[in-house]
Design a protein. Structure first.
Lengths: 255, 483
């Protein structure tokens, strides 16, 4: 798929899945806005890799949960690249996926939930609002939100994280209905456990083996496994799909 | 593939010179052979049609004629009929319009010529259609009868499929001998219609003819014009006035020139529930025949202060046009058409750079463009071929001064508004020169019996012969039964 002349904003793109998505778009010719929170060096590495891969890229620091910073971020991207064709909401509040040391329901209070809801939903809400005027002006656009397959199958009950991602899927479906008549599509990609990433660094081999054993395709995902479905949902190949969630977990969840 | 155009009673194919018009791309090349008649052939044909229409058509009753047209139309509505199949296969190649759009368009259009519609059509102009058959008593006293012309000449234009049927049917209903000249852009359908008529009613097969000559061939044109009693012509003002100069002064000349149409959308049609559907209907009016019709919209005036703003509406419309591009793709444009469209786009783009109240949606390579103006802006022609402008207004009544410069050109207005607004606005629009008001989504499908450009389709064609009361009374004094 050729993304030449397309501008993509990927949040949380300095590492992990976000970085892989940024590089994958760049490899297809896109101009990529690499958003990051803290790791400026990592972001610049991604930018360099994007250019190396044949696209254009630029790094943009912003806390996507800060409702004042988000419009500034979007404006900066628009000033740099002129438009935004594709938004990938990948950033989330840091979370450690450690099955043995996870918090049980009675150990969690509402603030844990709020933190994750802000990480997944507040940021996506702000970004979507901020990019829509530009997308609407051109009556086209694609938004891809990164959820998790845990929504459909909570293999490990990461209550706060998964609840926030479930809300993100509901949010996406509603937005898809609202923006469909305007030519803007909204879809989700729901990965299974992805290794290696910052969040899954401490996941034990035994857990990975357990998930692999239950996965028809026999392994857990790598960041590069996630990029294909994201690019697909951002491309005209999925031009008649909106409000959908693609599970990318080797067949662990089938729906 | 070669297809013969025209319908030439009394002439065999061998007796006529044929010229080839080429259509279609490399993948589906099509040759259409159009007849080139000599002056003598044209004259002989006119005589033949004149005599046949007197001897046959004028002896039929209006009901019988309606039955004949109904049978012909039924055949063309039957998708298994060879002429219908031919139309579905060939018209997309000739006109470039999407095949599905033509198929649905033909059915929707031909349906308006079924018997019940023709009956409505006739009473629309003649309170008592029997006036076409015999002398009928008049309210003022005396009797009157309507006579159609011996030769009604039609000079058709444009490429919207089937359009010639409209005036040809009008001519038949008033029992005129008809000779139609087809345009090079779509030279086929009128001939097929004539052929089907001759098959369903062989007795009137000589009462009409379909001919062709190259645009600008004034000699050929004059040969026919001088045989005509009434001349009906379609086209641009330039060609219409050139024809007028050649029509003998005693011949009635009815000209249908280019028109400009537009839409008006009240805020009542712009809530979150209705706006998307309103945009869908509006887009359909833009897409149908790529704005080639006189009834096609060039601008939509949209009220401010609805739940959906005019700018939002422009965005909905843009998406609907993109969606329609998948369903009914725009036809391939000629170089001239592409240039006109690019000029319009460019103009709108330049203006949008200079003003924050203007915008242009759609890329240069899109098959559509939506310009948006949140400012005082007059009606203006679009770049055609799915280019449309949204102009914001505070109230629909504000449209009236914006269309004044186009008084002589106005035709259809599509309106989405509540009843009180509809009637109030219609009055103002009628004064401004508008002759037809339809729903949005119906702009390109006039109902049967509409008064084309505000005129009487049938009444304009006939002459009324009156027997005044004095003649009736005087005759009575001379009757054998007079005391």
């Amino acid at each position: 798929m050729d993304f030449t002349d397309k501008v993509v904003l990927v949040t949380g793109a300095s590492r992990g899945i976000g970085a892989a998505i940024a590089k994958a778009f760049a490899a297809e010719g896109a101009s990529v806005a690499v958003n990051y929170l803290q790791s400026s060096d990592a972001a610049e590495t991604v930018v360099a890799a994007c250019r190396q891969a044949g696209g254009d890229a630029s790094a943009f620091q912003a806390d996507v949960t800060d409702s004042e910073a988000v419009p500034v971020l979007v404006n900066n991207v628009l000033e740099t690249f002129g438009k935004i064709d594709i938004l990938v909401n990948n950033a989330f509040r840091p979370y450690v996926f450690d099955p043995e040391n996870r918090k049980m329901f009675w150990e969690l209070d509402w603030s844990h939930y709020q933190t994750q809801i802000d990480g997944a939903l507040l940021s996506t809400h702000g970004l979507c609002k901020a990019v829509l005027p530009d997308m609407r002006r051109r009556a086209q656009g694609a938004i891809v939100n990164i959820a998790t397959d845990l929504v459909a199958r909570p293999t490990i009950p990461y209550h706060d994280y998964t609840t926030a991602k479930a809300a993100l899927i509901g949010f996406s479906r509603n937005l898809a209905v609202e923006t469909g008549p305007l030519g803007i599509r909204v879809n989700c990609v729901a990965p299974g456990l992805v290794y290696p990433t910052e969040g899954s660094r401490d996941t034990k081999e035994s857990v990975k083996d357990m998930i692999s054993a239950q996965t028809p395709l026999g392994r857990i995902a790598t960041p590069d496994d996630i990029t294909g479905p994201v690019l697909f949902l951002a491309s005209p190949w999925s031009g008649f799909m909106t409000g959908q969630t693609l599970y990318v977990d080797g067949g662990l969840v089938m729906s | 593939m070669t297809e013969r155009a025209g319908y030439l009673p009394g002439l065999t194919d061998d007796e006529v010179d044929w010229q080839i018009l080429r259509f279609g791309g490399a993948d589906a090349p099509l040759e259409v052979a159009v007849p080139v008649l000599t002056d003598a052939q044209m004259q002989a044909m006119a005589e033949r049609v004149r005599v046949a229409s007197r001897d046959h058509l004028k002896t039929l009753t209006i009901s019988q004629i309606i039955d004949i047209i109904d049978r012909a139309v039924a055949r063309l509505l039957d998708r298994k009929d060879p002429y219908r199949r031919k139309a579905e296969e060939i018209l997309p190649i000739v006109t470039g319009y999407d095949a599905e759009m033509i198929r649905l368009g033909l059915t929707g259009y031909l349906k308006t010529f079924r018997k019940p519609e023709l009956q409505k059509f006739t009473v629309e102009d003649f309170a008592n259609p029997l006036i076409l058959d015999d002398f009928q008593p008049m309210p003022k006293g005396g009797f009157a009868r309507a006579f159609g012309p011996d030769i009604l000449t039609h000079i058709w234009a444009g490429n919207v499929p089937g359009i010639p049927v409209w005036s040809l049917v009008s001519g038949l209903l008033v029992k005129a001998g008809n000779i139609g000249k087809v345009p090079s852009a779509e030279p086929l359908f009128a001939g097929w219609f004539a052929q089907v008529l001759s098959e369903v009613a062989p007795e009137i097969a000589d009462c009409f003819a379909v001919v062709w000559w190259k645009g600008g061939d004034t000699a050929r044109e004059e040969a026919l014009l001088k045989e005509s009693d009434v001349v009906l012509a379609y086209g641009g003002n330039g060609s219409l006035s050139a024809i007028r100069d050649r029509v003998p002064v005693t011949t009635r000349y009815l000209a249908y020139g280019h028109k400009v149409s537009f839409g008006a959308i009240s805020r009542a049609a712009l809530d979150t529930q209705k706006a998307a559907d309103t945009a869908h209907q509006a887009a359909y009016d833009v897409v149908r025949y790529d704005q080639q019709g006189c009834y096609s919209p060039h601008v939509f005036f949209v009220e401010r202060n609805g739940r959906i703003s005019p700018q939002d509406f422009a965005q909905y419309l843009a998406h609907e046009l993109e969606t329609f591009e998948k369903k009914y793709p725009r036809r391939a444009l000629s170089i001239g058409e592409a240039r006109d469209m690019a000029t319009w786009r460019h103009g709108e783009e330049i203006k949008s750079f200079a003003s924050k109240n203007r915008g242009l949606i759609g890329n240069a390579d899109s098959a559509w463009s939506v310009a948006f103006v949140d400012d005082t802006e007059d009606l203006s022609p679009s770049g055609l071929n799915r280019t449309i402008k949204i102009v914001a207004v505070d109230a629909l009544a504000d449209i009236v001064p914006r269309i004044a410069p186009y008084k002589a050109l106005l035709q259809t207005v599509g309106i989405a508004a509540p009843p009180a607004e509809l009637y109030a606005l219609s009055t103002a629009l009628g004064i401004a020169g508008v002759t037809r008001i339809s729903a949005i989504g119906h702009m390109t499908a006039p109902e049967a019996g509409w008064h084309h450009d505000g005129r009487f389709n049938l009444l304009d064609l006939v002459s009324i012969t009156e027997i005044e009361r004095s003649a009736e009374a005087a005759a009575d004094t001379l009757a054998p039964y007079a005391d």
